[in-house]
Ligand binder design. Structure first.
Ligand SMILES: [Zn+2]
Length: 396
């Protein structure tokens, strides 16, 4: 059935106008904003997409974003220009401005993890490749900026940071995913699907490096080479603690990372001291360290997902980064499946859709990323557009 269409302004006068309007329309379809701090994290995110949209369809202020579909969601993925809290905040602001129907943000990337946490008798072990999800613990709502405070004495910072927690409905999705046990069990399957998108050579970049390359050193044993040197060439293996030495809780099958829930410590400073790591862990019940989340959480509803690529100590290196980025992206993809489809009409009715076919009065319905728009529309000023938003499966 064709619905009536009302025009209040002429058709776009040129192909450029049509392109501009089409671009606007696509931007309004995105309801999930996904922040990748690093390009390697964006590449892992790309592999997690069920469908990738063309670059021209996803841009704002002459910057291309990566856009696509994951399950029932249109997801726009942005990468930071530089690392750090303020760069993360700037990117989040730009994405909310350019894609105004973003309801939730996900910050998905890699981080340094604490090797173990929890009370005596119920200690959890984090190994490389595991995933950490921001969740309230102790006095914190899931993310804390631990370098924010007042210097009282040399070397003593009185913590005064505060960061918003995860919004209730997003936290409910995290908890449901966790309670169903799927948050762990679906990661191996998603990793497999992600690798299948690559040729043989590139696929191996995302292989689980395995326990023999998971080198946790004693807290007091510092890295012996330069930043670029791999520990296997410069550090004494006698000072490592293997996964098997750490007990059953640290033993994993390949591609079966554990998911941990707790506070994420965020700051502008790279955390590469085992002793400082332990101090922040004890003081704030933090289980991993990164440099972006606190910049986003203050202003935007966000959950943070981090794959652990090192132990936040001086032995930090790049060997696990691709795999950790992939495990984080795989978890985030599964989490999105727990979030119900978000109706953009409820979020921003006046600018829900614009499309040349509708503007030409054909009254067509348009399917985009699993959602359908149909042509009961009003255009004013050549740029503002109203549309009825209909879910996939609705009868037109
Ligand atoms: Zn080392």
């Amino acid at each position: 059935m064709l619905l009536p269409t009302t025009f209040m302004s002429p058709r776009p006068s040129s192909a450029l106008d049509r392109l501009r309007l089409t671009t606007m329309a696509k931007n309004h379809l995105f309801t999930i904003g996904w922040i990748s701090p690093l390009p390697l994290e964006r590449e892992a995110a790309r592999l997690a997409l069920d469908e990738e949209y063309s670059q021209e369809e996803v841009q704002y202020q002459n910057v291309f974003y990566l856009g696509g579909r994951i399950d029932q969601h249109n997801v726009v993925i942005g990468v930071q220009r530089k690392t750090g809290l303020s760069q993360a905040a700037i990117l989040a602001e730009k994405m909310r401005a350019g894609f105004p129907n973003i309801k939730y943000m996900l910050l998905v990337g890699i981080a340094g993890g604490v090797p173990r946490y929890g009370p005596a008798g119920a200690v959890s072990e984090i190994v490389l490749g595991d995933v950490v999800v921001s969740s309230p613990r102790g006095n914190h709502g899931g993310v804390l900026q631990y370098d924010k405070g007042a210097w009282k004495d040399p070397g003593r910072l009185n913590y005064r940071g505060h960061t918003n927690g995860i919004p209730g409905d997003l936290m409910a999705a995290v908890n449901n995913f966790r309670a169903e046990g799927r948050s762990k069990t679906n990661i191996p399957e998603v990793l497999k699907q992600m690798r299948l998108k690559l040729d043989d050579k590139r696929r191996h970049q995302y292989d689980d490096p395995g326990p023999s390359r998971d080198r946790l050193f004693e807290d007091t044993y510092k890295h012996q080479g330069t930043e670029l040197d791999d520990c296997k060439d410069c550090c004494d293996a006698d000072h490592t603690i293997s996964r098997s030495d750490r007990g059953d809780r640290a033993t994993r099958l390949l591609d079966e990372p554990s998911v941990h829930f707790g506070n994420i410590a965020s700051s502008n400073q790279l955390q590469i001291s085992a002793l400082e790591r332990n101090r922040v862990q004890q003081e704030h019940e933090a289980i991993c360290f990164e440099m972006e989340a606190a910049g986003v959480m203050e202003e935007h509803p966000c959950v943070v997902v981090r794959g652990i690529c090192d132990y936040a100590d001086s032995h930090k290196n790049k060997g696990w980064q691709n795999y950790a980025a992939a495990t984080a992206a795989a978890y985030a993809k599964g989490l999105l499946s727990m979030i119900p489809a978000i109706d953009v009409a409820e979020l921003s009715v006046p600018q829900a859709a614009a499309h040349p076919e509708i503007m030409q009065g054909r009254g067509v319905s348009i399917t985009q990323g699993g959602s359908t728009f149909t042509g009961q529309t009003t255009i004013s000023g050549g740029s503002v557009f109203q549309g009825n938003y209909i879910r996939r499966g609705d009868i037109l």
